[in-house]
Design a protein around this ligand. Sequence first.
Ligand code: BGP
Length: 483
Amino acid sequence: MANFPQGFLWGGATAANQCEGGYNEGGKGLGVPDIMTGGTVSEPRHITDGILEGRHYPSHEAVDMYHHYLDDIKLFGEMGFKCYRMSINWSRIFPQGDETEPNQAGIEFYRRVFEACREQGIEPMVTLSHYELPYGLSKNYGGWKNPKLIDFFLNYSRTVMTEYKGLVKYWLTFNEINCLLMGGFGGVMGGGMVPEGLEDVPMTFGACDWDDPQARFDALHNQFLASAKCVVMAHEIDPANKVGCMIAGNATYPHTCNPADVLKAQREQREHNFYCGDVQVRGAYPAWAPSVWKREGVTIEVSDEDAATLKAGTVDFYSFSYYMSATASADPKASEGGNIFGGAGNPYLEKSDWGWAIDPEGLKYYLEEVYDRYQIPLMIVENGLGAVDEVEPDGSIHDPYRIDYLRRHIQQMDEAIADGVDLMGYTMWGCIDLVSASTGEMKKRYGFIYVDKDNDGNGTLERSRKDSFYWYKKVIESNGADL
Ligand code: BGP
């Protein structure tokens, strides 16, 4: 007997810019991902200032869910999904971001999507901003470093929450809000801060020469305020609404028992995970935040009004993505061979083909740390394995590596629940194959559902069920007992 509670929200997750396509249909404006080229594991994606001829922009068609959503949602229903986490593409609702009146075709599109979910008995969970800022807000306002974006975001959120009242009750404000703390890619994807005047820039993780720490910390502060105001507004619009934060979860271990490594790991865990969690769950910056600002050479003024806003708008639940753990070492040499969260490697763990350390126990560790700290319901809204899948001559797709990855993570969730963690649900990432956010590839597949499309954009877009599709159906049917 597994420990998953009745009503556990089993399901899958996607983001509009990675699966929808239809980038210029139905009155949609450009979003920041629409000006990001494809890449590979060794060649980073580039950010361009507009669309350059001859370049490949994977979000333009993606897996064309814009036209396939009815069939795709039926397949989710067939697996027995209780919940589908997806995002609204802001630039479908407000094409430039700063209009006062929404684009009606965009509103009607998502209404049909949510109705299709309801018909399948699936509860939608909607991320309001998943790495897809309208490019107009980036180009004309400089992205989230500009506090004007708070009102644009609230206008957008008010519009969709009012339109979809009764259809949607679970909302997430900003996807992986803590990624803004990472320079480069994090600032562009999370903050819509596209470097000005540069035509074709490689998107690397971590600080880079066009990266401005002050802008990143300001942008994050603005998102905190926007999120807090949004929580209050959501409850006013419909008291049934539940709003969560969304953090890129990262368990960090000391590389050795050297106390210097232990302190480094503690610092990274705090700064990667708790800096944002504390503001959004507890309603205030942690005591050590000013020391981070000092070290980074940035100034953040938290006015009395800001403090009151943050306090009033704490979230109803804490959601996070979990793919891997990291290790921290005080010795810079040890940090070669880490992962995208940086840090030193971990000899006890295998890595995915994309170098992400596979660590199911790290998920239990993270769940328990976070629950101890916040004592509010938790939800895992992303977890999964990016891998290369082969289609057999008979059309079947055998993905035991994916089943193994998911099974081992679900077992750890089960144990965390037995330890008293209040876990609401689990939406596996990329339930249908989609474009990878970090590399722009199609080859890095996460899905239970295969989509016939390759890295260069060729393919029929036909959908087929992988072995993991049938496995997950059983997991849901048995409420996590049959793994
Ligand atoms: C998270 C993002 C997702 C998703 C996932 C997997 O960081 O929220 O959008 O893409 O990671 O990453 P990737 O697509 O790079 O494999």
